[in-house]
Ligand binder design. Structure first.
Ligand code: SF4
Length: 239
């Protein structure tokens, strides 16, 4: 399930170049208009019996269609942190390209982190990894993952994998998509094996290079094809 307490975004780095905010979504809503959605307090909304509308034991992908740390949302984020704090029975999965803003509006009782927050830092190339991951590792958090998406080149994550539970990798989707080379994916997987981190190849992207051949992949087949390659590493298979 996704929870988008606000909508709108704008480019943070190279990985954003073909974000859907620059496609039809932008024409409809305005690419950089940041506004609260009607789902802002959705996790704490209750029905007539006083029960939460969203039952517990769920994972809520939070701000996957915007950025949790946009400056425009600094005030709203204080409220969102308190919503997250209230729903200890839900895991909030937060993904950002703006990890440098992590400390802004952080609740005073954050301490070493809330147990129900799993924070993801997105890095699309080596530069983004070297800029963002040292910061990411320096902040107090209970659970961390790295998302290499869209993967734009080979990335050495080795210096940063200590203290990270999981790495997700995915190619870029869309008409202007840049190539994703399977060798880059396998290389990151190897780094995860050595660091004892779990690994998920989420999707191939629209232009997937394997064995020196570049193939155009239909958006609806990209996740299935990545899965078929059978390279994911779950907890049980960590070596
Ligand atoms: S940060 Fe994410 S949502 Fe925002 S423009 Fe970049 S890719 Fe799109």
């Amino acid at each position: 399930m996704n929870w988008e307490p606000w909508t709108g975004c704008y480019k943070a780095s190279d990985g954003c170049a073909n974000c859907y905010f620059y496609g039809p979504h932008a024409k409809r809503y305005g690419q950089s208009t940041i506004q609260k959605t009607d789902k802002f307090d959705w996790p704490i909304k209750t029905n007539a019996k006083g029960e939460y509308n969203i039952k517990g034991n769920k994972i809520l992908a939070t701000c996957f269609a915007t950025d949790f740390f946009l400056p425009e949302a600094d005030e709203w984020r204080k409220e969102v942190w308190s919503i997250i704090k209230e729903r200890t029975d839900i895991d909030f999965l937060i993904l950002t390209k703006r990890i440098d803003r992590f400390l802004v509006s952080l609740p005073s009782d954050w301490g070493t982190g809330y147990d129900n927050v799993n924070m993801g830092c997105t890095v699309e190339n080596q530069q983004a990894a070297d800029d963002r991951l040292p910061l990411f590792l320096s902040y107090p958090m209970k659970r961390r993952f790295i998302a290499c998406a869209p993967l734009l080149e080979a990335i050495d994550l080795t210096p940063y994998l200590h203290g990270v539970d999981h790495v997700t990798v995915g190619g870029e989707t869309g008409r202007e998509a840049r190539e994703c080379d399977y060798d880059w994916v396998l290389n990151i997987r190897e780094q995860c094996v050595k660091a004892n981190a779990t690994f998920w190849f989420k999707n191939t992207g629209s232009l997937f290079k394997r064995d020196s051949v570049v193939e155009k992949i239909n958006p609806f087949k990209q996740a299935g094809m990545a899965k078929e390659l059978g390279i994911n590493i779950s907890d049980g298979k960590k070596s």
